[in-house]
Design a protein around this ligand. Structure first.
Ligand SMILES: [Zn+2]
Length: 308
């Protein structure tokens, strides 16, 4: 049996996931389309009373084990709504908005569900962008991390970005918060994000001077060009609008990379947003996701967060 597909419209979603049982069935069918198999390949039985699968050597699995919903006390319907909203709403979701829309009594529940869904928003095997015959714009921007309460401006952080371009049109995007904007940091980002033999367009920043020695073709936009690096500047400006609009600029320093990941994830799937539905729920990808304690203590490291 093939994996079940994902709902593509709002009415489809409502019809398919009205109850806990409907969500549970969808999870089981998505994870084990040909019936339960444990990670070691054993076929197993099902304990009806506890809703657990058991393999011959005695180990047990729930429908949510190995997903971001593991051991959750939050109803599956809430998780499914969260996954639907974060993948389809271009503006993304603030925890406050999510709490209100779903009528959740606790803000912390909304916050935790969204953060876990965001943890599913980086594909661990994502490849490099660009390649022979392709063109990529690369640039840096300053972005304000840190809560902008009480008139404080927040901490400016360096954002490094690379986007495929075809004329005025954007292809795939990669972005990373960087602890520095020196040549070393910029080159490290470039090599982690962009394939060799790509034509890389940059501004006149001397940090890009040596990139041909790493196998890139380099085109420098001159100072007097009216719209320099137009595609990447549009990306920066949309990102800033999103951070200000949906999150009111109140994204903490610690979590900024997670929001950047969310933006990039949605950007790269903008033509097929619902295809990400199973991905963010962690079905099949085994993204563990942070616990509430890990998020608050800062022990959780967001994927892509720069190493210091
Ligand atoms: Zn087994």
């Amino acid at each position: 049996m093939p994996r079940p597909d994902f709902p593509k419209t709002f009415p489809q979603f409502v019809l398919r996931f009205p109850t806990e049982a409907a969500c549970w069935n969808y999870l089981v069918q998505s994870r084990w389309p040909d019936g339960f198999v444990c990670p070691d390949g054993h076929r197993g039985g099902f304990i009806q009373t506890r809703k657990l699968f058991q393999c011959p050597d005695g180990k047990q699995w729930s429908a949510t084990s190995g997903t971001i919903m593991h051991r959750t006390k939050v109803p599956l319907t809430i998780w499914f709504w969260g996954a639907y909203l974060v993948t389809t709403d271009k503006r993304g979701m603030s925890a406050k908005g999510f709490q209100q829309q779903l009528g959740l009594s606790r803000y912390e529940t909304a916050y935790m569900v969204l953060q876990k869904l965001r943890a599913g928003m980086v594909n661990p095997e994502r490849g490099l962008i660009g390649g022979p015959g392709r063109t990529v714009e690369v640039d840096e921007a300053f972005i304000s991390g840190g809560r902008q309460a009480e008139g404080h401006k927040g901490v400016l952080q360096t954002l490094l970005a690379a986007v495929e371009v075809k004329g005025e049109t954007a292809g795939r995007l990669r972005m990373q918060i960087s602890p520095a904007k020196d040549t070393r940091a910029i080159l490290a980002f470039l090599r982690s994000a962009v394939e060799k033999e790509t034509t890389v367009i940059t501004d006149g920043n001397p940090a890009y001077k040596r990139i041909t020695s790493f196998g890139y073709d380099h085109a420098v936009e001159e100072e007097d060009v009216e719209y320099r690096l137009p595609v990447i500047h549009r990306v920066f400006s949309n990102l800033k609008t999103w951070l200000l609009g949906t999150h009111h600029g109140a994204v903490s320093h610690k979590h900024l990379q997670a929001y950047i990941n969310e933006y990039v994830f949605r950007f790269n799937r903008r033509s097929t947003p619902m295809a990400a539905f199973q991905t963010v729920l962690g079905i099949g990808s085994h993204v563990p996701g942070p616990t509430y304690d890990e998020l608050y203590s800062g022990a959780w490291v967001h994927p892509n967060r720069p190493q210091r």
